[in-house]
Ligand binder design. Structure first.
Ligand SMILES: *Cc1c(COP(=O)(O)O)cnc(C)c1O
Length: 415
């Protein structure tokens, strides 16, 4: 046998740039603590998952207790307390038309589950092939094939272009051009609503697309048209869920009742992997039959992991009276005092974003690397999206850490 050692291949990381991989030994609140005791401020909530802060004591106590009682068990035909608790606790935060929750384990998968539910609904109920999906320009719905297909064509998925299914696109409704988006959708529906099964959107903010914000009234209009033409409305709240936009869920800023809502990142407070797709009675009913061929054919092996669900259950306790929103408000007020210091800066809830001075606006542009390295040298973790620099910290972040982030941001912008 040859001597060999495996090496780690990191995600969304160009190893050829010879940037240092940093080892973290422990975390606390907004800090990642390195092996040599550097305290790095996690300015992007560890890729948008961590909402309440690292090592949340209440969530972790519950996780530890559950870990002693039961780990993964089969979920087809079986159930457990953590799953029931999460179902009960989540109920009161979601629109009353949503009645069934389906568990999975990542954001990409819960969106794919939503799309499969919608398309399967028309197939099971009407024997119709309504398998076309509508999605928004610049959107992101994950890195699996369904996620890549529904997301915007970009450098992320170029090599796989020919393998992706066709998606109908509506333009990003930038300020003042909302009507274009709505008219484009209306036209698609008029021409081919008998083929369109679902529209999937990221509400209020396109995250990976560059923290692009848009108005809630667009969502209301897209929803109204979807109902008029019998198309399922799928809301991807994987990033926006659990407070990011200033309300617990982004849909609260609209007047819609989505047919399907997809949740993941903040569902466990960012502690353990879990996702959920929640749908209407109507969709569930299309699969309800004594005919086995009509059941919903989807599962991942680790579906509804009891330990992950216990983390979600504890997280939902902490959301009981939406207390975390007070911190989001506090952070948002802080942002307001900084708006004038950065050109084109925009804020929404826990998100502060602006474009660095650079015409080269693409994900692989050099400015992102330069900025990333500069911030890190100053013990702040920010990962620009192309030349869009943004801050999205855990809600527990202190005033001192916020000040530090913005001092470093200011120095970079003026350098
Ligand atoms: C992160 C994200 C996903 C994908 O979630 P993963 O857990 O990374 O698979 C899907 N949709 C949106 C809006 C996201 O931000």
């Amino acid at each position: 046998m040859q001597d060999k050692t495996l090496k780690i291949w990191h995600p969304f990381w160009q190893h050829g740039n010879n940037q240092e991989i940093i080892n973290i030994k422990e975390t606390k609140d907004e800090f990642l603590i390195t092996n040599d005791n550097r305290k790095i401020i996690d300015g992007i909530s560890s890729w948008w998952v961590n909402t309440l802060g690292h090592n949340n004591p209440y969530i972790m106590q519950n996780v530890k207790k559950q870990a002693d009682i039961m780990q993964q068990i089969i979920f087809a035909g079986f159930c457990h307390k953590p799953a029931i608790e999460v179902t009960d606790k989540l109920s009161k935060f979601l629109p009353d038309n949503l009645s069934y929750i389906f568990f999975s384990d990542s954001g990409s998968i819960c969106v794919e589950v939503g799309l499969k539910m919608a398309v399967g609904y028309y197939y099971n109920k009407f024997n119709k092939n309504k398998s076309k999906i509508v999605a928004m320009e610049h959107s992101y719905h994950g890195d699996t094939f369904g996620g890549m297909s529904s997301g915007a064509p970009s450098v992320f998925n170029l090599p796989y272009k020919n393998m992706l299914f066709d998606v109908l696109r509506i333009p990003y409704p930038k300020d003042g051009e909302e009507q274009k988006t709505i008219e484009c959708y209306h036209k698609l529906l008029k021409n081919s609503s008998n083929e369109i099964g679902a529209i999937v959107i990221e509400p209020l903010v396109l995250g990976s697309g560059g923290m692009l914000f848009y108005k809630p009234c667009v969502i209301d209009e897209l929803y109204r048209l979807s109902k008029e033409y019998d198309v399922m409305f799928v809301l991807d709240e994987v990033m926006t869920g659990f407070g990011r936009t200033g309300t617990m869920f982004a849909f609260e800023q609209t007047n819609i009742k989505p047919d399907i809502i997809c949740l993941s990142k903040g569902l466990t407070g960012g502690t353990l992997p879990l996702a959920a797709t929640v749908c209407t009675d109507e969709i569930y009913e299309a699969y309800y039959s004594n005919d086995k061929s009509k059941m919903f054919f989807h599962s991942s092996s680790y579906t509804a992991n009891p330990v992950c669900l216990m983390a979600a259950s504890a997280n939902l306790d902490l959301w009981e009276n939406k207390a975390p929103l007070n911190d989001v408000k506090r952070i948002n007020s802080f942002y307001k005092t900084k708006l004038n210091e950065f050109k084109n800066a925009r804020i929404l809830g826990d998100i502060f974003a602006f474009e660095a001075d650079n015409s080269d606006n693409n994900y692989v542009s050099d400015i992102a690397n330069k900025a990333y390295n500069y911030f890190l040298k100053n013990d702040v973790l920010l990962r620009p999206l192309g030349n869009t620099i943004y801050v999205m910290p855990p809600y527990c972040i202190s005033e001192e850490s916020l000040n530090k982030i913005f001092t470093v941001l200011g120095k970079f912008s003026n350098s």
